[in-house]
Write a protein that binds this ligand. Structure first.
Ligand code: PLP
Length: 407
């Protein structure tokens, strides 16, 4: 492994040292958001201590250095996901913002009445609702790729859904509620053989799996900074140049224009056409530092480490009577979702919290998934590179205690 030293990694994350409810914190809610390494926190403080100024607009020194630092992020993201051009990287507020951008702008240009949009049965609400809103506005139809009870997509059903009416496919790479890693290359190849572009929701993939948008041949790919060790309020939309150029702008305002008169406005070129208004500059700058941090350790090493940890956690949890794992796909990443017979997930979450163990309980913004499994929600432990076997042992011990108390 490149630089994978778990003790060094843990030492880089100051929040992991704190106690919660008098116990050392065990943070297993990384699918919701990750903790931040000191280099990212330092970059945030440094921005306000040393360079705060608006970007893309000033000739003065501070504006230039903050613009340069912000634009470094675009280049880092470009090489991180291997995009062909830096102007194919649009800096957004996050995954949700990126998907809404595509739904609205692609929708305006390419979706008409009775057209079809394909998503999957395991999408986060962020990859359902924007498309429903578009369908409502345009009279288009939302189609859903079904999944089986392991959480694997039914690829035959997907093939059958693709038709001349299909205008876009929008699917998650990794499910936040089940952990399934979808066969995204095959999903894209099949869509392309139908002349249909694909949006990949990489919110739960980008921090675990090395991405190459050219190799995947993704038309759009989106993710959030805060789930990959950067601050909240920043995210990415990658789009192929040909699609971004063919789409109208998202929001109107500063930065996205070339010329404005009261009679007519002409729009800026990529990427600025899609970046109206002052961005979250400090978070944007910090995203570059988070990418450097991940690269330093290496995503292959991170993935291997997290896979081993997930396998260990899965084996351990199955020793507890009454546990049922929700999401048992062949290929999984970093998510252990489960229920315990006769116990509400919320009650388990409350007891684990008392023990300093942070997990997520509820529907994980994936209510249709919960409906398919006929459950109100799950308990979800989601892993990051800084979690350890000791974290898992503490969690399993806490869970055993919770189960004994609540049975
Ligand atoms: N898509 C997936 C798969 C997610 O897991 C999430 C967040 O949990 C989102 C989209 C939305 O991300 P954000 O809230 O950062 O916009």
């Amino acid at each position: 492994m490149k630089n994978f030293d778990i003790n060094n990694i843990r030492a880089d994350f100051p929040l992991l040292k704190r106690e919660v409810n008098g116990k050392p914190l065990v943070y297993l809610d990384n699918g919701a958001t990750t903790q931040k390494p000191q280099v990212v926190i330092d970059a945030l403080v440094n921005y306000y201590t040393d360079m705060n100024a608006n970007v893309h607009r000033g000739v003065h020194y501070l504006s230039q250095i903050s613009t340069d630092a912000f634009e470094v992020t675009r280049q880092k993201v470009q090489s991180f996901i291997n995009a062909e051009h830096d102007y194919e990287i649009i800096i957004t507020k996050g995954t949700t913002d990126s998907i809404n951008l595509v739904a609205q702008c692609f929708g305006q240009a390419f979706i008409d009445k009775d057209d079809e949009i394909i998503i999957s049965a395991m999408e986060h609400h962020s990859n359902i609702v924007p498309w429903q809103m578009l369908c409502d506005a345009k009279g288009a139809v939302l189609k859903v790729i079904p999944m089986n009870d392991h959480g694997d997509l039914d690829m035959e059903a997907y093939k059958a859904l693709l038709s001349a009416k299909t205008k876009i496919v929008s699917v998650t790479y990794v499910s936040n509620s089940l952990g399934t890693i979808n066969p995204i290359e095959e999903i894209i190849a099949l869509a392309h053989s139908n002349n249909t572009p694909v949006l990949v929701d990489a919110a739960q993939a980008v921090q675990h799996i090395a991405l190459d948008v050219q190799k995947l041949d993704a038309d759009f790919l989106v993710f959030s900074g805060h789930k990959m060790y950067a601050p909240t309020g920043v995210g990415v939309l990658y789009g192929k140049e040909k699609w971004l150029n063919a789409m109208p702008p998202y929001q109107g305002g500063g930065d996205m224009i070339k010329d404005v008169t009261f009679e007519k406005t002409t729009y800026n070129e990529l990427p600025f056409k899609f970046e109206a208004g002052t961005p979250n500059i400090e978070a944007g700058i910090c995203l570059a530092h988070a990418i450097d941090y991940i690269n330093e350790i290496g995503l292959d090493a991170i993935q291997k480490y997290e896979d081993d940890l997930l396998a260990y956690a899965t084996a351990e949890i199955l020793k507890i009577e009454g546990v049922r794992i929700i999401g048992t796909a062949n290929k999984k990443s970093s998510v252990l979702s489960f229920i315990v017979d006769g116990i509400h997930p919320y009650d388990i979450g409350v007891i684990l919290d008392k023990l300093g163990i942070a997990v997520r309980t509820g529907h994980h913004c994936a209510q249709p998934v919960m409906a398919q499994f006929e459950i109100p929600g799950t308990v979800r432990a989601s892993l990051a590179m800084y979690n350890t076997k000791e974290d898992i042992d503490t969690f399993i011990k806490g869970l055993q205690r919770a189960v004994t108390m609540l049975k």
